[in-house]
Design a protein. Sequence first.
Lengths: 325, 457
Amino acid sequence: MIKYIFKRFLYAIPILIGVNLLTFTLFFVVNSPDEVARLHLGNKRVTPEQIQSWNEERGYNNPLFYNQSEKGIKSFTKTIFYQKSFKLFIFEFGISDSGRDIKYDIKQRMWPSLAIALPSLLVGLLLNITFALFFVFFRSTYIDYVGVIFCVGLMSISSLFYIIGGQYLISKLLHLVPISGYAHGFEAIKFLVLPVIISVIYGIGSGTRWYRSLFLEEIEKDYVKTARSKGLSEFSVLFNHVFKNALIPILTGVVVILPLLFLGSLIVESFFGIPGLGSYTIDAIQSQDFAIVRAMVFLGTILYIFGLILTDISYTLVDPRVRLK
Amino acid sequence: MFTFLLTDIFFYIIIISLIMYVAYVRKTPDILANWLYVFRSRTGILSIVVLSFFIITAFLDSIHIKNKIYNNNTKQYVYTSEIKSFLDIILSPMHENYEKSYSAPFSSHLYSKETVNFNNIDKREYPRLLYKGNHNKYSNNKIENIAVISLFSIIKSFFICFLIYMIIFYRTIFKKNNNFLNAFNNNNVLCTSFFIIFFIIILLYDLSTQYYVLGTDKVGVDVLYKSIKSIRTGILIGTLTTIVMLPFAIFLGIFAGYIGGFVDDIIQYIYTTLNSIPSVLLIASAILMLQVYMANNPHEFENIYERADLRLFFLCMILGLTSWTGLCRLLRGESMKLKEVEYVQASQTFGLNKFSIIVRHIIPNIMHIVIITVVLDFSALVLAEAVLSYVNIGVDPTTYSWGNMINAARLEMSREPIVWWSIFSAFLFMFILVLFANLFSDVVRDAFDPRANKKYE
């Protein structure tokens, strides 16, 4: 088991190198640092000296891969690739283009993101599975039919509509919770209620349908027929047999996104003014702060790969048939 | 003179390949059977009719022309730099005049008070609209007038639908011993949906010659016109993206699965790497870099149309490159399975080369996965465009798109009293397109997926 996990971590390294090279190409080779600097300085009449000093302040003045003016190991370390890309491996995210410490910001901002994402995930999961079981229990009836149509309708509405509509209805018309903002500690709850509700409602359509199809796939199998022919009630078949066996695909779907919860939701956080990593990314995209975007791409990749490894481990814990080699 | 933007050409390619696919399906009985399942289902035929109207609108909007004008100074005909589409010409009553600012749907006055000089006395009042809303044609009462227009459009759409009915079913109608309405009874969903759509189109068209049906926006442009123009962007994002990604996904997937070995390892590595990056972040970084490139090289684009068009095209490319991985993985698995099937093994023993096996046996047998994925992705992509445009990494701000309309509505929602119609119509159009695309994809999946639970649908 430990050997397997170790092996999986080793497999992650070439992928991370690939992602690193890809982001490096995107951010430094497609457009040279000078062009990025020109964009940031804004106007057409930018002098080369201004660009030079902008790059020097942020450490973009080195050559890309190989520094000829330095000697020994320094000719490799005093390059943009080492300073800006390679250092991501040891979680040195560096300084953002606006001069803030990215690592500090990320540490500060991942908790508000989690405070929204985790309750939304749990409540959503509970509701989706409940609805799905309900529809499966009444399968091939009008309840199921109408329910599925309703789910398709919910799925077809843009996420922006839920956010804008919810904010307008609950905060502006009914004045139940503040429109946006954040506070630390227990004060935060009143700011978190609405975003969580909206994320849950947004997920209901696709989630319910997905779990419904999982249950329906399971309900066709032979052991379910056996259970029914033994004389068990439909309710007990559904909960004791179908639900238990459908938990395996449900679990793998959930575990893989657990680490990504730290990244938060881009749109929800920016609408509700929650200082999480999602709004951090949005702000970085809108102010074209590439250092932050680069760091977030790498962080997201690490979290995703970590989620995949967790999924594999969780498989062995819930499904005794799976053996890791 | 016709002009062809880059996305236009790709849109024509999509239409041509669609026609070629239809011709291919008609010759292939087993695929035809699957499609007949779609056509027989009520939701299937309904969504096909609705989606085809959206596609026709997008197609009309993709035929661009430049106007010729006479230059008095040089005594020559010159082409204007302004590009118009066929749809613009059809909808010209909607956008030839602009009002001053916001006005509510069906309103006859502007939405905000202005100082008006009347008989040398300054008064604060709601100014009347300049072009529409005050010239009631049939009756002075607005509601009566609208009722009369609706009545006329019902008659008109009855007439058009009757013509179409005769054209489509002329063979069945004029058969001997045949009830005249027999064809209608067998295709009542088709005929009814045709009627409803024609009614809506004609009603909106007639109403918008006299009113702003969905109001006007900040600079006085008809919101209905903006929403209709956005259809092309939505459809293009949904279809062009998949066209861009299909070759990659199909060929890499088959190579990885069928040839295996070293090739398989490399392809797997590529798609795992791309897949590991959260897609929003990858799209954001690619678009940001494109923005930098476009800002630094403005001379490479002839005019704003081309610039906006190129950005739309690149957005599709980037969305396609981030979304081909899922399909590629599915196809790899399927072709690995197919490699072991008897008929493929048999053709290998007969000495057929690998290329022919792929073309003759593998590709036809993975097409159902491709179709299901393409149809499923469509609605997600239309929704994604809105979100991306909202974050400013979507289409160009000058392009008509639902995302841009929602983005502009941010300020409108915070003013008092709120301007709700712009955002409402963007959401409404998007909802209709996505809803029918979702319904369609459900039916297509049921028809093509051998594992689908047809029993419970």
